[in-house]
Design a protein around this ligand. Structure first.
Ligand code: SF4
Ligand code: SF4
Ligand code: SF4
Length: 345
């Protein structure tokens, strides 16, 4: 699907705090609690390892991997995405008119039972046994893929990729709510609005991009983890991180969609041995990262793990250089001094 230029984003997972400011920035800007959009988080931040949002999205497949498209499941709104709830703030936090003895925040409606779920249901759960337990955060938006199966899946050509910047959009006037696009997207980043009976998704804040402003989730990020720019702009941070320094990887490249959101894999502290000594093994197993991140669909898991080790080596070498007072272009990009250093659209 040729475009004149392609907007890209790199997220440095070493800096994500899991604060969900990005999620709330997008929610407030584009979907809030509007009709039929309650369950939608175009940006979500999931804890890894974890089931993600919607629940178990990684195993649901997409247009690229099935002959029989009808066998691709559609996530249910309550059990897949989860219904939002309110806590009893009034009761617990306000003594004037409330019952201060209530003491405990209780969600209402109470999400319990085997089908209960929410966008960050397993937040901070992770894996491993203390003192070697671990987790990290994975912020996700639509990847505005170079080869987007959501576009191919739509029988009404309602989903399309903009020529001017590669942003993938749903033409709301053409959409009839067939939901083939949701089945088609292996990242499950298109959502169904049951009230409007149409599909809706991340628009990469295109009205802001057109004014050379950054997308909201990136500009509001507390950790300043994002770099945004065009793939063709060889002066941009995204070009240098992805193509020059080669320290950013795609999420699930085996889905064959060529995502345009990239990630710098997270470092982690060393594992303790059974005798309490620090080893040289990272607490997040490289094999676990390799199941998520890579360059191409053809790479084996071993090759992906090697690439991740290589990236850690490159960043560590450059860190040492910077620490000794030498200039490092890579570290200069990774520690942006201003918004203009990381948002270049
Ligand atoms: S992430 Fe999904 S919705 Fe977004 S462009 Fe790719 S296939 Fe389409
Ligand atoms: S790019 Fe814009 S629309 Fe997309 S997730 Fe971020 S804030 Fe939301
Ligand atoms: S705002 Fe930034 S630091 Fe906070 S969760 Fe989102 S990506 Fe992570």
């Amino acid at each position: 699907m040729p475009v004149k230029r392609q907007v890209r984003m790199v997220a440095d997972l070493n800096k994500c705090l899991g604060c969900h400011t990005c999620t709330m920035a997008c929610k407030t800007m584009w979907t809030d609690r509007n009709k039929g959009q309650m369950h939608m988080y175009w940006n979500n931040v999931e804890t890894r390892p974890g089931k993600g949002y919607p629940r178990d999205w990684e195993t649901q497949g997409g247009w690229f991997d099935r002959q029989d498209k009808s066998s691709i499941p559609l996530p249910g709104i309550d059990e897949g995405y989860g219904a939002p709830w309110e806590y009893n703030y009034e009761e617990v936090l306000k003594t004037d008119g409330g019952d201060a003895s209530a003491g405990v925040l209780v969600p209402s409606p109470n999400p319990s039972g085997k089908d209960a779920y929410a966008s960050n249901w397993d937040e901070d759960v992770g894996d491993g046994i203390f003192p070697n337990s671990y987790y990290f955060y994975l912020p996700r938006i639509c990847n505005h893929c170079t080869d987007p199966p959501c576009v191919d899946a739509c029988p009404r050509q309602a989903v399309y990729k903009r020529e001017e910047d590669g942003i993938v959009l749903v033409d709301q006037t053409r959409c009839r709510g067939y939901r083939y696009c949701i089945k088609g997207c292996p990242y499950k980043k298109i959502y169904y609005n049951p009230e409007e009976k149409i599909a809706q998704k991340c628009i990469f804040c295109y009205p802001r991009i057109e004014k050379h402003q950054g997308n909201f989730c990136a500009t509001q990020c507390v950790g300043r983890i994002h770099h945004v720019g065009y793939a063709e702009d060889t002066n941009s941070g995204v070009y240098k991180l992805i193509d020059k320094w080669k320290v950013a990887l795609r999420l699930h490249p085996e889905f064959k969609t060529q995502p345009n959101v990239f990630y710098i894999p997270p470092f982690s502290p060393p594992v303790y041995s059974s005798s309490g000594q620090l080893t040289n093994r990272p607490r997040i197993p490289v094999e676990a990262l390799a199941k998520l991140f890579g360059d191409t669909p053809e790479q084996t898991l071993d090759q992906r793990a090697q690439r991740i080790e290589e990236i850690f080596g490159i960043i560590q070498d450059e860190r040492k250089k910077a620490a000794s007072g030498e200039y490092s272009e890579l570290i200069d990009i990774l520690i942006p001094h201003s918004e203009a250093d990381r948002i270049q659209v």
